[in-house]
Design a protein around this ligand. Structure first.
Ligand code: BGC
Length: 765
């Protein structure tokens, strides 16, 4: 009896204590708000977070760490009839976030349950893969990187955020900032290619575009996949990554750090292991580097079931073990493995996970919910009118066209075949991608709709004069084995003045799990190209693909080649503008094109080796049956005009670690068109305490020059740009000699030299 009474009193006391805590925190919050809200919003958020946390049961805390996919499969769902099982879980506070629930209506329904029917009324966070657009599909990220225009990419992400936020989305699982040196890997299409500096520049641009200042129309960014996911052996997705920590730090991590510095509030752990440790249980990555070294304040979400997959990795014995490893390593939110929700309470009881560890993760998630304004305005993105107004608005579509044409790379243009005249009498548009509505969307196109796509045939028809006949013949399907329709294609080509041959890959030959063991044109497309070539007609090849392809024969034989990647809904318009010269192409490759698959890995910033490749010397690093060079080097891309580089100048032959070096060069437009050029600056550290790459991109600038115009372009670099990871795994630079290269691509450059003379040890700074 007495015991029961005591218990009652204790319960009352504890309720009173809780009530007082809330009251106190509310008072504190308002006091704080009045005093210093403008000075330190993070502190106010922290007080608010603590006040909510103090009210939560352990089960409710664990619920915040649980993310489920809405609907049956993966991919966006708008089904408004919320299944009972979700209703119950939301009411009980067992879900912190959904992915794949989209639309103002559905997100409203779900949010309403959370903020009116759950005990603590904590709002839900809605996430989705907005990789290159929500409904208005923009070019795939690899294509956007080909623009070498961070401001353009930022604008693209901003419009993508505007559309997604209008459909209830708070959070995108983007940017994907994985460096990819192996084009067999299907996910190369989602990133910015092979280079760390271009990659880190694009990473920051995308974060700025998505997140803005986290106010209305913005969505939260997520830098993924942390880390080195693109280093998969053999380019096979999900495969083991075996790279040394120095390569990890110098090549793969900088784009993540750059995303963080640009404000990325969330990170996603990758599927792969590095050096025996899967990322979802990797304390070095998730805690030591990300939080302790870099000071990350946001939260880390797992990849889809990546916690559960640690069992297959042979790193966890069962889901419970996996949950314990992950949360203790620093992972905060569980995407779809359901291991946290099923096991964390018991793990706390067993003292294998401390409640403080759980509190930390909950705080990080609540912090974002507060910072993003969800506690104050949980329905801010559930507005049907706003949804109708913003999705597929003319403004967003115009932006999609602008980005698309600036993402195109001209690879070949013999005898200035391009631009074409608009009044040709007959144009043959041939190939399986010429009139495809689906493929230009590319992989990961969210709710992109093939009916919105302008095909190449349609784009060309819009631009030519009324008297021009545009003939279309498919020739074959992308992966056809049959040549039955070749005759029609050849006949169509023979009747025409010029052939536009549209070949490449199906949109889902890249993207997750879509790896290839060859880079050849799929099916009988190569044969189709050979048949068309025999007609003797001038041929412009349009490539649509999500990775570099090995197209040596095409390069040798066809007059013009346009790399169009997957350009999104305005694909046909953008390509036509380039074909007919309404837009002079200005893109550059963000990745080297190998001659054959056997040349992989072939990336421009490789090491020199002790026996650098030399075609005249047998005992050097090379293949017997291939030239040393790729087909097209990193940074390569032509224009309809020509640019002449001259007068490379350095401000000084020597800099100290406190000084800047100015590097300038003169560029003249010597051709017949106005045009844009991406001026690229590379550096080589000639001798290091560890070996250094033969060249590394450090700066670039896209400039516009009218015909005959010239301009001096100058760049500044300093000691910071010359750092690398030394023996102690810290970032250092060393006194010594450097080469600086400036040019139109990574292979075609002018060069000079300078010295870094250090006075202060940079590792002490
Ligand atoms: C992918 C992630 C993606 C997630 C959610 C996973 O399979 O690896 O990049 O964000 O699914 O759709």
């Amino acid at each position: 009896m007495q015991k029961q009474k005591d218990k009652k009193i204790l319960r009352k006391q504890s309720m009173k204590k809780k009530f007082l805590t809330v009251l106190l925190s509310v008072l504190l919050v308002s006091g704080f708000t009045n005093r210093s809200s403008r000075e330190n919003p993070e502190e106010i958020i922290s007080v608010r977070v603590d006040s909510v946390l103090s009210l939560m049961t352990l089960e409710e805390k664990i619920g915040q760490l649980n993310q489920l996919s809405y609907g049956s499969g993966w991919g966006p769902s708008i089904k408004v009839q919320v299944p009972d099982q979700y209703k119950k879980m939301i009411r009980e506070g067992k879900i912190g976030s959904f992915l794949n629930a989209t639309g103002a209506e559905l997100t409203y329904e779900l949010q309403k349950i959370a903020v009116t029917e759950s005990r603590l009324k904590i709002p839900l966070l809605f996430g989705l893969d907005v990789i290159h657009g929500f409904r208005t599909t923009f070019p795939v990220p690899l294509a956007e990187a080909s623009s070498w225009e961070p401001e353009l990419v930022e604008r693209s992400s901003k419009y993508q955020a505007l559309e997604a936020s209008s459909a209830g989305i708070h959070w995108t699982f983007a940017p994907m900032v994985d460096i990819a040196r192996d084009p067999r890997w299907g996910r190369i299409v989602e990133g910015s290619g092979e280079d760390t500096y271009l990659g880190l520049t694009m990473a920051a641009a995308r974060v700025r575009g998505f997140q803005g200042n986290l106010s209305d129309d913005n969505i939260i960014a997520c830098a993924k996949h942390f880390a080195a996911y693109g280093g998969a052996e053999g380019g096979r997705d999900y495969n083991t990554v075996d790279i040394p920590e120095r390569t990890l730090r110098d090549v793969y991590l900088p784009p993540f750090k750059s995303a963080l510095d640009a404000g990325a509030e969330t990170f996603m752990a990758s599927f792969n292991e590095i050096d025996g440790v899967p990322s979802s249980g990797n304390r070095l990555l998730l805690t030591e580097i990300l939080r302790n070294e870099w000071g990350f304040k946001g939260f880390v979400v797992s990849d889809w079931n990546s916690i559960g997959e640690m069992i297959n990795h042979g790193f966890a014995s069962d889901l419970k073990d996996a949950a314990s490893i992950s949360i203790n390593a620093g992972l905060d939110m569980d995407m779809e493995s359901r291991s946290f929700i099923a096991n964390l309470a018991e793990l706390v009881k067993e003292k294998k996970v401390s409640e403080e560890t759980i509190d930390l993760s909950v705080k990080r998630i609540l912090r974002i919910k507060f910072k993003f304004g969800l506690f104050d305005k949980p329905f801010k993105y559930c507005n049907k009118e706003r949804e109708t107004k913003n999705i597929m608005s003319q403004e967003v579509q115009n932006a999609a066209l602008e980005v698309a044409k600036r993402s195109i790379v001209l690879l070949k243009n013999s005898n200035s075949l391009l631009p074409l005249k608009k009044d040709l009498s007959k144009i043959a548009v041939i190939g399986p991608l010429a009139d495809s509505k689906q493929d230009p969307l590319g992989p990961w196109a969210a709710v992109g709709n093939p009916n919105d796509v302008v095909t190449i045939v349609e784009g060309i028809k819009k631009l030519v004069t009324p008297k021009t006949e545009v003939l279309f013949s498919k020739g074959c399907d992308i992966e056809d084995t049959s040549t039955d329709n070749f005759d029609d294609a050849v006949k169509t080509a023979t009747e025409s003045d010029v052939v536009i041959l549209c070949i490449g890959e199906r949109e889902n030959m890249t993207g997750e799990a879509n790896n290839r063991s060859t880079l050849d044109l799929p099916g009988v497309q190569q044969k189709l190209a050979e048949e068309i070539y025999k007609t003797g007609k001038p041929v412009v090849v349009i490539l649509m693909n999500g990775r570099p392809l090995s197209i040596e024969w095409i390069d040798r034989n066809m007059s013009a080649i346009v790399e169009a990647w997957f350009l999104g809904i305005k694909s046909g318009d953008a390509i036509a503008e380039v074909l007919f010269g309404d837009y002079n192409p200005s893109g550059k490759l963000p990745v080297s094109f190998p001659r054959t698959v056997g040349q992989i890995p072939i990336y421009y910033n490789h090491k020199n080796t002790g026996r650098p490749g030399n075609e005249r010397n047998r005992f050097t690093s090379k293949y017997l049956d291939l030239p040393l060079t790729p087909l097209y080097p990193f940074g390569f891309g032509l224009s309809y005009t020509n640019f002449e580089y001259s007068d490379l100048k350095l401000s000084s032959p020597e800099i100290s670690d406190e000084q800047e070096l100015a590097v300038s060069v003169n560029i003249k437009n010597t051709g017949n068109f106005d045009g844009e050029e991406v001026v690229q600056l590379y550096v080589q550290d000639l001798v290091g305490s560890v070996t250094r790459p033969v060249k590394e991109l450090k700066r670039f600038k896209k400039i516009f020059l009218k015909k005959d115009e010239e301009q001096e372009v100058s760049f500044k670099i300093s000691e910071k740009d010359l750092r690398f990871t030394g023996h102690e795994m810290t970032s250092i630079s060393e006194s010594g000699e450097f080469k600086v290269y400036v040019g139109t691509n990574s292979a075609d450059v002018m060069e000079s030299r300078f010295k870094l003379v250090k006075t202060i040890s940079s590792s002490l700074k």
